[in-house]
Design a protein around this ligand. Structure first.
Ligand code: M6R
Length: 617
């Protein structure tokens, strides 16, 4: 979490810092700040801690103002230690302002280090853990060490994963960046006039398309037109820059009111993109060239464990259900923060598939690391090319939805599900669990998927009316069964995340085992009940909720008249093959959360207390 951007070049750093922070603001928007080395060689910081307005307020203060300098660092914060306010905003400076740092990560031993520094006479100005780093670097610089050596020495004192950038008055032409562990990456690039580094490649695109990713345990110095990479012992490292394949246009809202509405609308394209070069609609064949498993390995897999967090876990649940049903391999999806700590039995016969949009989620990376050490073949289903997860996994299945900026995952969910369904078909065929004809039949279904999802997008006005009604409730229940369970869980997650309404996702069959006690007029229930083999059971659940005075909205298949007879509200989704139903039922739930958020005056792109990329536990 937290976004970092740094610039060293021939021009005034200030506008570049603001532009860079805008690109990484999705990583945290509690506060924003910059530190610039001015023409006198002094470090000057400007910070704002105005919650979601921080970056805009900062921009209004510094753009066109008198602050200028050729070197600077900037930060957008997702608060971990210390309230959201100006004093806790980064960058933090050392006691005599000879050093400024911006930090991403958690310093686990900060209390101990803080006590030690206070005892030596240092006065702390913030409640953050990060300020410890500023003082440690400052002390090393004052002892005569170079900025690079000082950052390395400071990092050696701290526990926890960290990414940090620093400037010093002693070396005013330079920014140093360091990465320890998996707390978000640092990516570096340069052109003839400037060098830049950031938490995400998207922020580098206005400057260069050739970038270098820092590995954990590496440190970098940048100055105008020069990038120097080292290990922590000071040995120079040469790494060939790689070309960024991403597009800056994706990071713009265009004519949409929010990134989220744009990304919801882009879902048919995201599906097409996830199928490109894989599903061949002319021949009915399906290939997954990225899968680096031998035929022997595929045949010997006796279990698949899918893992991820939040929405990506829901994609994993969908993946587990289709892999098990098509490839006939026992498959489960497990929350990475649980998997990593419970000492699971993994090994060469368990295929582990991580699902992560960012490729930086701390828990998912830790679970992947565990799987790697256990000797499991390890795949990652991923959006952000070049992220840490690609380096941990044996192979990557890119979902290719295009950059997702809205904190709420939408198109990356759909594209991950598309990719996982194709993985299921691929494994099923490779193991002989399904015939060529069945593959062709499923590929034929996939050809229609973008248009089913397009049709679901047309439900905006019906869903908006329902949003108006549901916004009046403080508690909501989302029910699903089978392949609709992850959809129900996702509907509830989106509602909590965006509308701040308490919402629970449940297997419908679980109702009688406790949840029914909550039913009554104060809680509305959203039921995912497209026409399928579990439909009759869902109808019974709806009747049970109604019998206890609850209001019910149903996501049903077009033409289903029974739904209208039993429920208060019905959203009709297009008819499609049962295998694809989760794709069409999840779309109205995304729109529902978005519209409910708007009714309640929430900002769907910047939900409170959240960040797009969760690089700490
Ligand atoms: O980057 P990841 O997919 O690993 O992120 C995991 C979750 O933080 C993420 O899916 C989160 O739940 C969604 N953004 C919520 O909409």
């Amino acid at each position: 979490m937290c976004g970092i951007f740094a610039y060293a070049g021939d021009e005034n750093a200030v506008p570049f810092l603001i532009e860079g922070l805008r690109a990484v603001e999705y990583r945290g928007y509690d506060s924003a700040g910059i530190a610039v080395v001015d023409e006198h060689g002094d470090i000057r910081t400007v910070k704002r801690g105005d919650h979601k307005a921080s970056l805009e307020n900062l921009a209004q203060t510094v753009i066109g103002g008198e602050l200028s300098g050729n070197v600077g660092i900037g930060h957008t914060r997702w608060a971990t230690h210390g309230e959201v306010n100006q004093k806790n905003s980064h960058p933090h400076t050392s006691h005599n302002s000879s050093v400024a740092i911006a930090h991403n990560g958690i310093i686990e031993n900060f209390l101990q280090l803080k006590d030690e520094l206070i005892e030596s006479g240092i006065v702390f100005l913030s409640d953050t853990d990060s300020e410890v780093l500023a003082h440690l670097v400052g002390i090393a610089v004052e002892s005569g060490a170079s900025l690079r050596e000082s950052v390395v020495r400071a990092a050696a004192r701290i526990k926890g994963n960290t990414a940090v950038v620093a400037v010093s008055v002693n070396e005013p032409e330079k920014v140093v960046g360091l990465r320890v562990g998996n707390a978000g990456g640092i990516v570096v690039g340069s052109n003839a006039h400037s060098s830049v580094m950031a938490s995400d490649t998207i922020a580098l695109l206005p400057h260069t398309r050739q970038v270098v990713y820092l590995e954990p345990g590496e440190v970098v110095e940048i100055e105008a037109g020069a990038v120097r990479l080292f290990d922590l012992d000071g040995n120079a490292i040469y790494r060939q820059p790689v070309e960024i394949g991403r597009n800056f246009e994706a990071a713009k809202k265009g004519n949409y009111a929010h990134f989220m509405s744009k990304e919801i609308a882009e879902q048919p394209d995201a599906i097409q993109s996830a199928m490109r070069g894989r599903a061949n609609f002319a021949t009915g064949a399906l290939s997954l060239p990225e899968v680096e498993l031998t035929q022997h390995q595929i045949k010997s897999i006796d279990r698949v464990v899918l893992t991820g967090m939040g929405t990506s876990l829901h994609a994993g649940m969908f993946g587990a259900s289709v892999i098990e049903s098509l490839a006939r391999i026992p498959s489960v999806a497990e929350n990475s923060s649980e998997l990593r700590y419970r000492d699971p039995v993994l090994g060469p016969k368990t295929l582990v598939v991580a699902v992560t949009q960012s490729g930086e989620t701390a828990d998912t990376l830790a679970a992947m690391e565990f799987a790697r050490q256990a000797g499991s073949p390890l795949a990652v289903v991923l959006e952000i090319d070049g992220s840490q997860a690609t380096r941990v996994a044996d192979f990557t299945l890119p979902v290719r939805a295009g950059q997702e900026i809205g904190v709420a995952s939408t198109k990356t969910l759909i594209a991950s599900m598309t990719t996982l369904l194709q993985l299921a078909v691929f494994l099923a065929r490779a193991r002989g669990a399904i015939s060529e004809n069945r593959v062709a039949e499923i590929v034929g279904m996939l050809a229609g998927l973008p248009s089913y999802v397009s049709a679901a997008l047309d439900l905006d006005s019906e869903v908006s009316s329902l949003a108006g009604r549901l916004s009046e409730f403080a508690d909501l229940l989302f029910l699903g069964r089978g392949a609709q369970l992850p959809v129900a869980l996702e509907g509830a997650l989106k509602m909590k995340e965006l509308a701040y309404i308490h919402a629970e996702g449940y297997p419908a069959g679980e109702m009688k085992h406790g949840v029914n006690a909550l039913l009554g007029p104060d809680m509305a229930t959203v039921v995912c009940a497209p026409t399928n083999n579990l439909y009759e059971k869902m109808l019974s659940n709806i009747s049970e909720v109604k019998a206890r005075g609850g209001e019910v909205a149903v996501i049903a298949t077009v033409g289903d008249e029974s739904a209208q007879r039993v429920a208060d509200h019905v959203i009709y989704v297009p008819e499609c093959p049962e295998l694809l139903q989760p794709f069409v039922t999840v779309v109205p739930l995304q729109i529902l959360a978005y519209r409910t958020a708007l009714v309640l005056g929430r900002d769907p792109d910047k939900p409170r207390n959240l960040a797009k990329t969760v690089t700490v536990e």
